[in-house]
Structures are given as C-alpha cells and as structure tokens.
Write a protein that binds this ligand. Structure first.
Ligand code: UFG
Length: 342
C-alpha cells in the first residue's frame, strides 16, 4: 500500500463513512475501515465491497480503546485519517451528556495523539452546521461566528474543532480540515448502502421513508409558525454521495500539499434553503406517492433556518453539489424499499 494513497476511515461502516469509502476507493485510494458497529452494520462494509468490487480491510475496533487503535496504526501505513466515528443524536446527548463527551472526545483525542506519535499528518474531521446555531446572517460562511452550542452533541463538534485547530498550530506534523456538514440525506444510486437508523428516526428523511414504507403511521411536521415562507424550518439538504465527494476533494488537497496553512474549514451544503413542506412535496412528486403528515408543535432546540454559503468549497476544493433534491429523495426511497424488501 502506498501510504499517501491510503486512508484510515474511522466509522467507515456508518452512513457517511460508507459512502465516502466508496468514493475514495473508486478514485484509486486504499481504505482501511475501523468501526465498532455501535450504530452501524456489517452489511454496510459488504455494500462497499459489492459496489467497488474490491476487498476492503476492516478492523472491529472501538476508537476509544487507545491500545487497540495503536495496533491499527502499527499494522497499516497511511498518511490520512477521516474521523467519522461519533455519536450523533442531539436529543440523546441532552439526556446523557457524559456518554457524548466521553465517546466523541476520547475517540478524537486518541486519533490525534496516535497521528502525532506515528507521524501520520492528515486528518479530516466531521463537523456540523450545528456550530452556527441560530445565525445572525444567512447563508452562513465559514467566517460566520459560531454560536454557543445548545446540546452536548453540538458542543463535542465545537470542542473537537478547537482541539484540532490548536494541534495543527502546535504540532508541525499535523494538518487538519474540518468539514461542516449541513443536512446529509439520500443513498447510493446502487441502493446497496444508505442510512439505517436504529429505532425511531430523529431525522426528517428517514422518518419520511419509513412512513412511506408503512412502518410509521404519520409524519409529524414540527411547527408551521416559523418566520419562513411557508412557516416550516429551512435547511440545506446535501446528498450523501455529493458529501462523500467533498471528502475526496479534501483528501486530494491534503495529500498533494495544497493546503493554505495547516487547518482549514469548509461548509459542505448545496447553498439552497428547502422547507420541510417543500421536501415532503418533492418526495411525493418524484416517488409518485402520498405521505400522511400532520402539523404538530415545534421541536425544542430547532433553529428556524440555516443554509450554507458554499463559495469556499466550490472555489478552493473545486467541489460542488450535483444531485438534485428530487434525485436524492428518489435514492432515499429506493434504499428504504430495498431494506424493507418492498
Ligand atoms: N422534522 C420534522 N419532523 C420529523 C423530523 C424532523 O418536521 O419527524 C423537521 C425538523 O423540525 C427540522 C427539519 O425537519 O426543521 C430537519 O430536521 P432533522 O432532524 O432531519 O435535522 P436537523 O436540522 O435538526 O439536524 C441536523 C443534523 C444534526 C445537527 C443539526 C443541527 O442531523 O446532526 O442539524 O444543525 F446537530
């Protein structure tokens, strides 16, 4: 394995991790997937293998276990790490903050410490638009001030960004890029991999597809009295394959030594605000079905609107979201149907 062309992917069996693994492999990288299946399935790794037609080294390791992780650093030569492994449910993080602080921060610290020890220079970190909170200006650029986090989950993203910035500043051998994801949705066009939430989904699109599949009776739209054109919240829904390609562009930038300084941040979104009702209508139109829904109270903690200014990613990474909302929502439904055997 060429170490410049090899990438360690923590959380590579997860939703975004599996799609990113596919894009990297198809672009000629070797990937090593590390995952403990705490919120993912073996089937995702099998999906990556099927789509790419390549064997993918897989290691069942919890990134919070530093000794186990050290053995991975000893076993494989790689210059770059993409660190996805983390818990991601906002509500759960409010109920059990320690679970989030210990898992998300310990795993991140272990990765960076081992990178320093083994002189593995490049890390791509999964950050989130959650760092912007209820922003004063829209769309948000990378310079838009972060707001104090409203959940322990969001706080782990802010803290990890800061830790990464400091490590890049202080350690000559560490280079970092934080990608701030907006709302990732959809599935691979092959329908071999996609989002597979356990239990009742928190996020909109999995709830929509499960309702369409008859697993949930009715979708609840959380509030229609926001200060937006149709009263429902505005988000920037980014196709997961487009998002995976942004990771590829960022890894390419790191391994070809093109970074501007040692730490960079990019928004990864489409730049288009979409309301909850618009999303539902588009889902119904492209998939030719009707979705039972009702308007209910606002969900505590939801911001009214957030969408990305994507100019920096477009210009500097040479990356742009390509799939339309309709294509993406079609892929989400194809995936749900495949999972449910419909
Ligand atoms: N929504 C519904 N009904 C549902 C689920 C969601 O109406 O059953 C609405 C929400 O109120 C919101 C929109 O759909 O307006 C999107 O909600 P999601 O839960 O899909 O996504 P969020 O924007 O709340 O969450 C995303 C990421 C989090 C991140 C958060 C903060 O999934 O990781 O953004 O910006 F923390």
């Amino acid at each position: 394995m060429d170490r410049k062309k090899t990438v360690l992917i923590s959380g590579g069996a997860g939703y975004i991790g599996s799609h990113t693994s596919v894009e990297l492999i198809e672009a000629g990288y070797d990937v090593v997937i590390v995952d403990n299946f705490s919120n993912s399935e073996k089937g995702a790794v099998e999906g990556v293998v099927k789509i790419t037609g390549r064997e993918v080294p897989f290691e069942l390791v919890d990134t919070c276990d530093k000794d186990a992780l050290r053995r991975i650093f000893e076993k494989y030569e790689f210059d770059s790490v993409i660190h996805f492994a983390a818990y991601k449910a906002v509500g759960e993080s409010m109920e059990d903050p320690l679970k989030y602080y210990s898992n998300n921060l310990v795993s991140f610290l272990n990765i960076v410490a081992l990178m320093k020890e083994f002189k593995r220079p490049n890390i791509l970190f999964s950050s989130s638009a959650t760092v912007y909170g209820e922003a004063d200006e829209l769309p948000v650029t990378e310079e838009t001030p972060r707001q104090p986090a409203t959940s322990p989950y969001g706080n782990t993203k802010q803290m990890a960004e800061d830790i990464l910035r400091d490590c890049c500043r202080s350690y000559v051998d560490i280079y970092g890029i934080a990608l701030r994801y907006f709302n990732p949705i959809g599935a691979h066009p092959s329908a071999m991999i996609g989002e597979l939430p356990r239990g009742i989904p928190n996020n909109l699109v999995p709830f929509v597809t499960q309702t369409a599949a008859g697993i949930r009776e009715c979708l609840s739209v959380f509030g229609n009295d926001y200060d937006t054109p149709d009263g429902t919240c505005l988000r920037d829904y980014i196709d997961v394959v487009d998002l995976a390609k942004a990771h590829l562009a960022a890894v390419n930038r790191m391994v070809s030594d093109k970074m501007d300084g040692k730490y960079e941040i990019f928004n990864v979104g489409t730049g288009n605000p979409v309301s909850v009702l618009e999303l539902l209508t588009t889902f119904e139109d492209v998939n030719n079905l009707k979705l039972p829904y009702k308007i209910v109270d606002r969900r505590p903690g939801d911001v009214t609107a957030v969408w990305a200014d994507t100019a920096k990613a477009n210009e500097v990474l040479g990356w742009k979201a390509e799939r339309t909302l309709g294509e993406t929502l079609k892929s989400a439904w194809e995936w749900e149907k495949r999972v449910r055997g419909l």
